[in-house]
Design a protein around this ligand. Structure first.
Ligand SMILES: [Zn+2]
Ligand SMILES: [Zn+2]
Length: 215
């Protein structure tokens, strides 16, 4: 008798499908087995093995085929509606890793929508703008330093542009860009997407100071 056959028999007999020990009423495995496997799934050995098996094309195809079955799809959809899953999902959304991932997805999606990913900002015009402001961040007047450099900042942010009507192509237009520092203690990091602060009309004094000697 293979293990799978054994398990099917245990299931039919209403016993724990892992150890065949205790009779179960609503569950398919006993609490002891559930706890054992929960702990086991956290071990590096299991995680390595689990990652490795998804590298096997046959296994991956098997999993994908399973997920495409209508009854599995329906079951997953139903599970996602349960309070248990929703609480789990909310909790997961609060971990830093997940938050970063969600943010990155948003960035990618917005870049795709606005075409920013494919057609980058007008580099030459932006460089000219930087030169005009003495190559400094126009909010704090600092020059680039290791760990902090000027980046083109959208005055009306990509995210905000979703809520206000903007002419097509305005987002990546030079009129909507300003050099702000980004990185360690950068001004661009602090600027929220809701505000649109146009520093170009009131830049840091260092940005407009005419240098006596041109290097
Ligand atoms: Zn058991
Ligand atoms: Zn700055």
């Amino acid at each position: 008798m293979t293990l799978n056959e054994k398990r099917a028999a245990w299931r039919a007999a209403g016993l724990c499908t892992f150890c065949g020990g205790k009779p179960m009423k609503e569950r398919v495995r006993c609490r002891k087995c559930v706890e054992y496997f929960r702990a086991y799934f956290q071990t590096p050995e299991y995680k390595t093995w689990n990652r490795a098996r998804y590298q096997i094309p046959e296994y991956k195809a098997l999993v994908l085929a399973h997920q495409q079955k209508p009854e599995v799809k329906a079951r997953n959809r139903a599970f996602k509606q349960t309070p248990k899953y929703r609480a789990q999902d909310r909790a997961r959304g609060k971990t830093p890793k997940r938050r970063a991932w969600i943010r990155a997805c948003g960035h990618k999606r917005r870049a795709r929508l606005t075409g920013n990913g494919d057609t980058p900002f007008p580099t030459e015009q932006f460089e000219a703008l930087c030169r005009h402001f003495n190559n400094r961040c126009i909010a704090c007047g600092r020059l680039d330093e290791p760990g902090r450099e000027r980046v083109p900042d959208h005055i009306i942010s990509v995210k905000l542009s979703e809520t206000v009507m903007l002419p097509l192509g305005f987002l990546g237009d030079i009129d909507n860009l300003q050099p702000l520092c980004h990185g360690l203690d950068g001004c661009n990091n602090k600027k929220g997407w809701r505000k649109f602060t146009d520093y170009r009309t009131n830049p840091h004094p260092d940005c407009l100071r005419v240098r006596a000697v041109t290097p």
